[in-house]
Write a protein of this length. Structure first.
Length: 88
């Protein structure tokens, strides 16, 4: 998995992910505790963030557990770093 990351202020995220031995662009739209995932324009899934910090896929194309965890970490860790890219 790679960490190329682009975060916008409106709950949209874009980063690269290794999926099926390919590096693909992953777009995530966060609405509260729901992550709507779109990988390579043909893989779609929804992930729900749980109160205990875990993430559970609730619909869509089945993603490997490692991909669900990677997506969760990309969104959560970058939400916690509002100064990302500020140079400070």
């Amino acid at each position: 998995m790679t960490d190329s990351f682009k975060n916008t202020t409106d709950g949209n995220y874009e980063f690269t992910i290794n999926y099926s031995e390919r590096e693909l662009t992953c777009h995530v739209q966060r609405e509260g505790d729901i992550l709507r995932v779109h990988i390579d324009n043909n893989i779609n899934a929804e992930i729900e963030l749980q109160p205990d910090g875990s993430a559970v896929q609730i619909s869509g194309d089945e993603l490997p557990a490692s991909s669900v965890e990677f997506i969760k970490k990309q969104v959560i860790e970058n939400d916690m770093d509002p100064g990302r890219g500020s140079g400070f």
